[in-house]
Design a protein around this ligand. Structure first.
Ligand SMILES: Cc1ncc(COP(=O)(O)O)c(C=O)c1O
Length: 427
């Protein structure tokens, strides 16, 4: 009975000000063990401020399995409505602990390397697709038994390896990445159609090439974009490449589709997919990474030191460059629960990371109260492109990884990292 009460009144994942304001309350559920609350001695007012994260080690990524399911429901609805097949791009999110959940909704994964293909094959199952800017002979040898589709980046790679792939696994369907020379990606670093791009073949390279044995084409030209961008992209792809469609079996629309973002126009996506599939008898694949895990995870960090150099500064037990590299690469400003833009609240402070990199700064944030050593901060939307990209630069610990199930209020630390993880990457 008290248990039900807690579920109704506590939603720490969504209301991290509890977390922020009351960082030292004990968790009612931790590491998968349910504590008997009737014997816990907590009274109702205390229960209201409890949260299941307060005993977590920091830094720690926490993925909310229900939020993951909500994303996957949206993605499954697109598959059900259109017949398109949507697979998980492991480069964006590869937390294999939650693969059993994702597997309920998606038929497979796409890999950018032999390691990702192994993870997809061994831990996820289903269809494994592969694309990389280049493969070595050894890659092909290891990949071919694991995969259903392989996409080559160039005709030269295709001609070099088509025999080897077929000899090892005749079932593998081979495709080619195209560059339609159309994208709406503003940041050059993320624009696959930038001038002289090394990613994919432009139309002019198709002339004179024999396409026998090529069964599919693949384009990836989007980044965090809506379905209107896909519509415009498809128009260009059709104008340029539809003469080749008749001899193909499939087309892969790549990733960059922000399908699970609240303002994403899912109906428009379904209309675009329907219209395309009515015109061409091609199996359509999409391979988002970010959309699967969008807004499903947080990174919890602690304040380790506070001091001044003209402005207030805090050092956290996390790092922009090591634990959330896209903050520097994109660059972007992560949302911190309970914090605002500089000057918007009484106390503005610059948050920095643990490494020696001078620019290892997360940004300037304003808080209601001055930060102090031991305070915990909750960074939002930290599930995708974090665990897959983080490093142990400076020997900093990697953040632990936890899952959170709000239905049971259960937090489980599924992975912690230590010296051996750092050492094992060196010799
Ligand atoms: C070929 C390819 N497919 C899929 C993806 C996944 O993109 P996103 O995570 O933005 O959906 C990427 C990301 O770079 C990619 O390069």
């Amino acid at each position: 009975m008290p248990w039900i009460l807690i579920q109704l009144i506590v939603s720490p994942f969504d209301q991290a000000q509890y977390f922020f304001d009351f960082p030292h309350f004990s968790a009612c559920v931790f590491k998968g063990k349910l504590r008997n609350l009737e014997n816990s001695g907590y009274c109702l007012p205390t229960l209201k401020t409890m949260n299941p994260f307060s005993e977590l080690p920091t830094p720690c990524y926490v993925v909310d399995t229900q939020k993951l399911r909500q994303n996957l429901e949206i993605i499954r609805s697109v598959q059900d409505r259109t017949g398109a097949r949507i697979i998980l791009a492991l480069k964006g999110f590869a937390m294999f602990r939650v693969f059993p959940i994702i597997r309920e909704y998606l038929c497979g994964t796409t890999a950018s390397s032999v390691n990702e293909a192994k993870l997809g094959s061994y831990e996820f199952g289903g269809e494994v697709h592969a694309y990389a800017p280049a493969y070595s002979e050894k890659d092909i040898h290891q990949l071919s038994p694991l995969i259903k589709h392989i996409t080559f980046n160039s005709f030269s790679q295709f001609h070099r390896f088509k025999e080897q792939v077929s000899n090892i696994n005749p079932q593998v369907s081979m495709g080619l990445r195209i560059n339609p020379e159309y994208s709406e990606v503003a940041t050059e670093l993320y624009d696959p159609c930038r001038p002289c791009s090394r990613l994919g073949m432009t139309l002019q390279h198709f002339e004179g090439e024999a396409l026998d044995r090529i069964e599919g084409i693949h384009f990836h030209t989007m980044c965090e974009q809506n379905s209107d961008t896909l519509e415009r992209t498809l128009k260009v792809v059709e104008e340029k490449f539809s003469p080749y469609f008749e001899q193909l079996k499939w087309i892969n629309f790549g990733g960059g589709h922000h399908i699970t973002r609240p303002d994403y126009d899912v109906d428009r996506l379904c209309r675009a997919l329907d219209a395309f599939m009515q015109k061409y008898s091609l199996q359509v694949y999409m391979e988002p990474g970010e959309a699967i895990a969008l807004n499903t995870g947080i990174l919890i960090a602690s304040v380790m030191d506070v001091f001044e150099n003209d402005i207030p500064l805090a050092i956290l037990d996390t790092s922009a460059t090591a634990h959330m590299p896209d903050v520097l690469e994109m660059p972007y400003r992560p949302v911190i629960q309970g914090a605002g833009a500089p000057g918007s609240k009484a106390h503005t402070i610059r948050l920095g990371g643990l490494t020696c990199l001078a620019g290892d700064e997360i940004g300037d944030y304003a808080f209601d109260q001055p930060l102090k050593v031991g305070d915990r901060l909750v960074f939002e939307d930290m599930a995708h492109y974090t665990m897959v990209k983080n490093t142990t630069f400076n020997g900093v610990h990697l953040p632990s990884i936890a899952t959170y199930n709000p239905l049971t209020q259960t937090v489980e630390v599924v992975r912690e990292f230590g010296y051996e993880d750092y050492r094992s990457r060196l010799s």
